[in-house]
Design a protein around this ligand. Sequence first.
Ligand SMILES: Nc1nc2c(ncn2[C@@H]2O[C@H](COP(=O)(O)OP(=O)(O)OP(=O)(O)O)[C@@H](O)[C@H]2O)c(=O)[nH]1
Ligand SMILES: [Mg+2]
Length: 238
Amino acid sequence: MCTTCGCGEPHEHTHEKDQELLIKLERDVLHKNKLIAERNRGFFEARDIKAINFLSSPGSGKTTLLEKTIASQKNHFDFYVIEGDQQSSRDADRIEKIGAKVLQINTGKGCHLDADMVHKALHQLEPPNGAMLMIENVGNLVCPALFDLGEHKRVVIMSVTEGDDKPLKYPDIFFSADLCIINKIDLLPYVDFDITAAEDYLHRLNPSMEIMQVSATTGEGMEAWYHWLEKESRLVLD
Ligand SMILES: Nc1nc2c(ncn2[C@@H]2O[C@H](COP(=O)(O)OP(=O)(O)OP(=O)(O)O)[C@@H](O)[C@H]2O)c(=O)[nH]1
Ligand SMILES: [Mg+2]
């Protein structure tokens, strides 16, 4: 039996037709997503809303970073949050407790947010002019890289418990990001994570990427992150 599709054909038969169809389908899905992402971008630009897409593997600390950032900086920025998870409203509940307006999106079987989900969420969340919109994507280092949400900046978080080789193994997500936050540096004494090697892999992949080392738990390095946010909030979108 063919192991590619499980059909009854001998191993030699080709899947060129299937592959063509798959490529076309993928192109159509991404094209449609891109069009909606541009609408979202237009919406943000017209209202001077800064939208940041947070990407990482599950558990790297996206929600913790958001909780600490909102708690510390809510007098400086008007935070609105979109939370993406396959199931549950646990992250939205955490953000709500800190006092920011938040909307949870559940993707079900889906492994990423797409531009249409964000478009619909914006109708419900109604971020006002000048808001800082934080979008926490589904924890996954592969699929979210492909889907433009219309965001202004992409921030990828890697934590020191995941291994320093993640940029080599999942290059797309690191290549597409503007900033990489290396989180959980409080755990560096206990784990085998070479921070110089990680930064070297990141810069080889994406020379213009900014890199920060933080501990969202202890607060170490967070000032640099707040300065980055401040700088982004002052950027004029065109
Ligand atoms: N030691 C340490 N633990 C941290 C740090 N940041 C987050 N954590 C812990 O890591 C775990 C996962 O954090 P979350 O913020 O839920 O991670 P997430 O990326 O939002 O996870 P998903 O939404 O499931 O993808 C929690 O137990 C946090 O307390 C940190 O800087 N240091
Ligand atoms: Mg989370």
